[in-house]
Structures are given as structure tokens and as C-alpha cells.
Design a binder for this molecule. Structure first.
Ligand SMILES: Nc1ncnc2c1ncn2[C@@H]1O[C@H](COP(=O)(O)OP(=O)(O)OP(=O)(O)O)[C@@H](O)[C@H]1O
Ligand SMILES: [Mg+2]
Length: 404
């Protein structure tokens, strides 16, 4: 191909990309240099952790706040700043290790977490096979192999008790008494606001010697965050007036989630690009919002255990058959048949009611209580998802249950 044609092709395809200047600023792993509306929290973290620069163990610290409130971003910022100040020559070694405890679904999470930590500290263990106690001993050994001060950041730490138990955290918080050379402080992070209450009191008080709350962002703050990113991400004048405000308003409703706000903006941009629009319009935000809601629901359905899928399958089948609202009793009858056909254990009506309630909370169905005179009550169920999602849900259930 002649160079001229080639260059023209390049220009043309560049020209077609009318919306984005650099999308990477909206990617999940992008770390903005500026973190507006979190200066207080960042300063607090910094002053609590500052003594580690002198080699002193600090209190354990617990950060919590709803999803997308900047917890991970803030702790990583402070970590980077601390590491910048570490002196080349000093009589102790400072390590600040970050681990996200939400590891992929595997049975032995405790083993995996310990193995990850050992790896970060420069050791190695086989990825499976050893008894957990042996891995634990290995962990202690490597931690205590030389004089060091370790700050262990355990992000999404609530995942550990979901899958393991209190004991794991208990052991970690007691670690210092087992160590002779090394000292350890723990920074726990969680978006589950009731996580601390679920802990054994001894673990709770030790883990949260200091606590910092990350409040949700309000719509104005979200606009600041979005505007900063939008400058770097989009070409000039491609955003219709009010787009950022609308993203911010949607995300503020979703408990002030900055991730949601940024996702909305990115998806709206992609939708605009795909539809050959010259600008990101307000309607693209609505479409983006629908897409996110839809994906969220489908993700939930995909990850639910089989029994949940049996119940949802029953609700969908009944709704389609009766083309009408249905009642919990009917769902339970149908569900029992499904279990029998699948040679699966049958849960009690009570458990199935709980599952139905969860679907209601997730917005997959609407449940309405209807009084039937003489104090009798019935719960009426209606699917709350669109036809399109129902079809996708059916496919997921069919694939996963191998059920026709
Ligand atoms: N103040 C801020 N300024 C700029 N970007 C922000 C700010 N707060 C959050 N973000 C961005 O929003 C997204 C979510 O932030 P982050 O991952 O820190 O949330 P989180 O509190 O750790 O949420 P989760 O509990 O779900 O882990 C990230 O992409 C982050 O860069
Ligand atoms: Mg996080």
C-alpha cells in the first residue's frame, strides 16, 4: 500500500474516533494524582501511620465506608508517599504490603491469603498441598526472618470471615506476640458497614484500634471528580451540557459511589461512539445506567448458588405460564418439582421465602403483601426485570443447571 493511502487511513480512523482522547483515565486501575474530597481521610491515615517511618509499630487501623468511596485509592496514595520517604540506609526494613482478600473462588482462602503474603515477602510455598498450619508457620518464619516492620494492608478484609472464620483474623492480630524480631501493624479495609459487629469482640477491638470512616460522596463532589477526569478523557466539546451533572446525580443516588459515576461516564461515551454520535448526550447516560443495572443483575444471577437459580427458574416459568402475578405458595410447589427433576435436595418453605426476599432486595422481583381478610396474608410476586434480561437470565440458568 502506498504510504499516502496508509497515512490517509490512519487519519480517517482517527477522525472517526470523535469522542475519546484517552480512555485509559477511566480504567479501573488508573490512579489519579489528585484525590479531591478525601484530604481529611488521607491526612488522618498519614498521621496514624507516620511513626512507622521511625520504625515504631502503630495502632491497627480500620477503614470503612460504602463501595466506591475512595478507600483503596486513599490507602494506596498514603502507601506510595510513605515508601517515598523510606531511607535507603536504616537499621530496620519497612515493608508496606497490600493484599486484596477477595481472591478468586477457591475453597481454601486462608491458605491462598497466606501464600500470597509469603510471596510478597519474598518466599514461596506450593499453591496447594501443604496443611494450613504448615503454611502459617512458614509465614511466621519469613516475617520474622530479619528485623523488619511490616504494615499489612488487607483490603476487602470482610471476605476473610465470609470464607474462613474469625480465627484467621484473630491469629493475625495476635501475631506480634509470636514474633521476636519483627513487628506488624494491620490496616483492614471493608465496605461492609456491619462487618466489625460480626467479629469476635477480641478481634474487633484489636483490628479497629483506630477507625476512619469514608462517607459517601454527594452529587457536587462527584461532579468535581468527574470533571477532572473528563478533561483528560474526552475530546474538547464532545460532552453535552448537563451530562456530568446527570452522571453525578445517578451515582449519588447509588450511595455516592465514585466508581459508578466513572463507569457511567465511560459507558455513555462508548455508547455515543458506537452510535456514531458526535457528542455524549444525556440519553446516553440513561442508556448507560440501564446497561449497568442489567449487567449487575445478570452477574448476581450467574453467581447465585443452584438453589437460588431453581427458585428464580420457578418464578420465571410460572410468570410466563400464567402471564400474571404469582404467589409464594405456587412458587414453592413448582420449586419442589424442579428439585425432584434435578435430583436435588429440597429446601424448606421458609428458606425459599428468604431467597424470594433476597430477589426482591436485588430488584429482580417485586413482592407485595396482600391481606386476605381474617388476618390471612399472601405474598404476590412480579418479575421486575425487562423481557430482554429475562431471556438472558433464562439462558444463564439453563447453562448452569443443564435444565430445559
Ligand atoms: N476522590 C476521588 N477522586 C478521584 N477519583 C476517585 C475518588 N474517589 C474514588 N475515586 C475513583 O473511584 C473508583 C473507586 O474508588 P476506590 O476503589 O478507592 O473505592 P473503594 O472505597 O475502595 O470501594 P470498594 O469498597 O468497592 O473497594 C476508583 O476508580 C477511584 O479512582
Ligand atoms: Mg476498594
Amino acid at each position: 500500500m502506498a504510504i499516502e493511502t496508509e497515512i490517509n487511513n490512519i487519519f480517517e480512523s482517527f477522525d472517526k474516533n470523535r469522542i475519546f482522547k484517552d480512555k485509559s483515565f477511566l480504567q479501573a486501575n488508573h490512579r489519579p494524582e489528585n484525590i479531591p474530597h478525601r484530604h481529611e481521610q488521607i491526612k488522618q491515615i498519614a498521621s496514624i501511620l507516620a511513626p512507622v517511618l521511625r520504625g515504631e509499630r502503630t495502632s491497627n487501623l480500620f477503614l470503612y465506608g460504602k463501595t466506591g468511596t475512595g478507600k483503596t485509592l486513599s490507602i494506596q496514595y498514603v502507601r506510595d508517599q510513605l515508601l517515598k520517604r523510606v531511607k535507603e540506609v536504616s537499621e530496620f526494613k519497612l515493608r508496606i504490603e497490600y493484599l486484596n482478600c477477595k481472591l478468586k473462588k477457591v475453597s481454601d482462602t486462608e491458605y491462598r491469603i497466606l501464600a500470597e503474603l509469603i510471596k510478597k515477602l519474598g518466599g514461596s510455598v506450593p499453591s496447594t498441598g501443604l496443611p494450613t498450619q504448615a503454611v502459617y508457620n512458614n509465614f511466621i518464619e519469613i516475617v520474622d526472618s530479619k528485623k523488619q516492620l511490616i504494615v499489612l494492608i488487607l483490603d476487602e478484609v470482610d471476605q476473610t470471615i465470609k470464607k474462613i472464620s474469625n480465627d484467621f483474623l484473630y491469629n493475625l492480630t495476635r501475631l506480634n506476640s509470636e514474633l521476636s524480631k519483627t513487628q506488624i501493624c494491620i490496616v483492614g479495609i471493608s465496605n461492609n458497614l456491619t462487618f466489625l459487629d460480626e467479629l469476635d469482640p477480641r478481634v474487633r477491638s484489636s483490628l479497629s484500634e483506630e477507625e476512619i470512616v469514608f462517607p459517601p460522596y454527594n452529587a457536587i463532589q462527584l461532579q468535581d471528580i468527574l470533571n477532572k477526569r473528563a478533561e483528560a478523557v474526552f475530546k474538547d466539546n464532545v460532552i453535552q451540557g448537563g451530562v456530568v451533572a446527570k452522571c453525578a446525580a445517578f451515582a449519588a443516588r447509588e450511595h455516592g459511589d465514585a466508581r459508578r459515576a466513572l463507569d457511567l461516564l465511560r459507558i455513555a461515551g462508548e455508547l455515543a461512539e458506537r452510535s456514531n454520535s458526535k457528542k455524549v448526550l444525556l440519553k446516553h447516560i440513561d442508556e448507560a445506567n440501564e446497561k449497568i443495572e442489567r449487567d449487575k443483575i445478570l452477574d448476581v444471577i450467574k453467581s447465585e448458588p443452584k438453589q437460588f437459580q431453581f427458585v428464580l427458574h420457578s418464578i420465571i416459568q410460572l410468570s410466563e405460564k400464567q402471564n400474571n402475578s404469582i404467589f409464594t405458595g405456587e412458587v414453592y410447589n413448582f420449586y419442589q418439582e424442579v428439585c425432584i427433576q434435578n435430583k436435588s435436595e429440597i429446601l424448606t418453605q421458609r428458606r425459599v421465602s428468604d431467597i424470594i426476599q433476597e430477589f426482591d432486595m436485588l430488584g429482580i422481583i417485586n413482592v407485595r403483601v396482600i391481606s386476605k381478610g381474617r388476618g390471612g396474608r399472601m405474598r404476590e410476586i412480579k418479575l421486575a426485570i425487562t423481557k430482554n434480561i429475562i431471556e438472558k437470565a433464562k439462558k444463564i440458568i439453563k447453562d448452569s443447571l443443564n435444565y430445559n
